[in-house]
Design a protein around this ligand. Structure first.
Ligand code: UDX
Length: 448
């Protein structure tokens, strides 16, 4: 099948490379000239394990190409996937659909024959109807059909999530479009993957509901972690124990500094706004948003507690800036409010991240960036882990201890074993477990 993918961000690029890998002819379109030039040379705009190899192989095989020219790309295409951004509007938090609709208008004008238009971006319920209206309004003698085919990929494991998804959702109102999309997802490559056919609106809603549920699951375990600290439990055991119930499931029960990233914060906000527009209140989701917002800054108070109630003039070494491991993405990273709060309390912040420092510089200008996880700790009054990079798990804690001024380790990702940390001579503050340092208040109470 010949397909065009408009928008070469995370979703577009991964989908493009994977669809090419599974035998389709794929043209990726983006209006950023520099990005397209670099992609043609196999240089990735983002850090995503495995993506560069996949792009280079498929470029070389002639199945994948990059262009700025939508007219050329869409010629004789069977389907066009819209994978442009839907950022929250600064004014009201609603997903801003202007990029999606602009693409729809271009497609309406430039399509050369019957075309299935697929929304791959996470879009509010009803977007498919609006895209269809735009396509029809052009009055062309062409058959258009609009499909919602949401993407569930996680940064860092995006290729695997795309190639081996838990399910493929095809939300469509017509048989012809369903047939085209089913052929794009080659039966051989996606063997055994459940394909869920739904109405377009159900597919649109399903994506938001999935992300809201996962955000709720994380927020729930974060609150249970607070309770574990208060009553003397271990959140890892509690999470494991409840997760073994197949109705709950073990994944996404790692307590931490609050969820971040380009999806959960944006999508929880968007679904709650949409609900209100339809006179429905999603109270659970609204509460999740509030609790998570509050948690990120409250995490800074743990560091303050560990530093005996005062960080003024103290040097805090931060390990990890990205919103999670295996990405350079800083969007809505919990590291941002935590670091800003520490600076507000008078701390001097130094940081190291294996991949995200370039992106972090643009957001957190007054942080000293250090290119080595040990050097960042030189003379520090506390070390704070904010991202669960596996390289941090493998650090030589004795060596780290030899660099710091005060041996305080605040692990907001629970990556260390307390015995190893205390053996190395650190006092250890972590999440939802016994802390070896001075007893601290649960973060929720401390923040009030
Ligand atoms: C998410 C969804 O998982 C994916 O299906 C959707 O398509 C896009 O949004 P992503 O944002 O890449 O993917 O990251 P994810 O791995 O889901 O993590 C999101 C946030 O939750 C991160 O800040 C992460 O650190 C946090 N998290 C995740 C936890 O705090 N605990 C967990 O157990 C899992």
């Amino acid at each position: 099948m010949k397909i065009v993918i408009i928008g070469s961000g995370y979703v577009g690029l991964v989908a493009g490379a994977c669809f090419a890998e599974t035998g389709n002819e794929v043209v990726c379109v983006d209006n950023n000239e520099a990005k397209i030039e670099r992609l043609r040379k196999g240089i990735m705009p983002i850090y995503e394990p495995g993506l560069d190899v996949l792009v280079k192989t498929n470029l070389a095989a002639g199945r994948l190409s990059f262009t700025q020219d939508l007219s050329e790309a869409v010629r004789d295409a069977d389907a066009a996937f819209i994978a442009v951004g839907t950022p929250p509007r600064a004014t009201d938090g609603h997903a801003d659909m202007k990029y999606v609709y602009a693409v729809a208008r271009s497609l309406a004008e430039k399509a050369t024959g019957d075309l299935v238009v697929v929304n791959k971006s996470t879009v509010p319920v009803g977007t498919g109807d609006e895209v269809e209206r735009i396509l029809r309004a052009a009055g062309r003698d062409i058959r258009f059909s609009v499909v919602s085919n949401p993407e569930f990929l996680r940064e860092g494991v995006a290729i695997n999530d795309f190639m081996r998804p838990d399910r493929i959702v095809i939300g469509s109102e017509d048989e012809w479009a369903r047939e085209i999309i089913s052929r794009i997802y080659d039966a051989g490559a996606f063997e055994g993957v459940p394909i869920l056919q739904t109405s377009r609106r159900s597919a649109e809603l399903l994506k938001y509901a999935a992300n809201a549920f996962l955000a709720m699951k994380i927020t729930f375990i974060n609150e249970i972690a607070d309770l574990c600290e208060a009553v003397g439990g271990d959140v890892r055991d509690v999470a494991h124990g409840i997760g073994l119930d197949s109705r709950i499931g073990e994944k996404f029960l790692n307590a931490g500094p609050g969820y971040g990233g380009s999806c959960f914060p944006k999508d929880t906000l968007a679904i709650s706004k949409t609900a209100r527009d339809y006179r429905v209140q999603l109270r659970t989701v609204e509460t999740v948003i509030q609790v998570n917002e509050h948690r990120k800054r409250a995490m800074a108070l743990r560091v303050v507690d560990a530093c005996n109630g005062n960080v003024r003039g103290k040097t805090i070494a931060v390990l990890g800036l990205a919103f999670k491991a295996d990405t350079d993405d800083m969007r809505d990273s919990p590291a941002i409010p935590v670091i800003q709060a520490l600076q507000d309390f008078g701390a001097i912040v130094r940081a190291y991240d294996p991949e995200a420092m370039d992106n972090a510089r643009a957001i957190l200008g007054n942080v000293e960036y250090v290119n080595d996880p040990y050097d960042v700790a030189n003379g520090a009054d506390a070390v704070v882990v904010l991202t669960e990079w596996s390289a941090f798990r493998d650090l030589n804690l004795q060596k780290l201890r030899s660099r710091v001024r005060l041996p305080l380790l605040v692990d907001l990702r629970n990556i260390y074993d307390e015995e190893a940390v205390t053996e190395a001579g650190f006092e250890y503050w972590c999440i939802g477990r016994k802390n070896t340092g001075a007893p601290i208040l649960s973060q929720s109470l401390a923040a009030e």
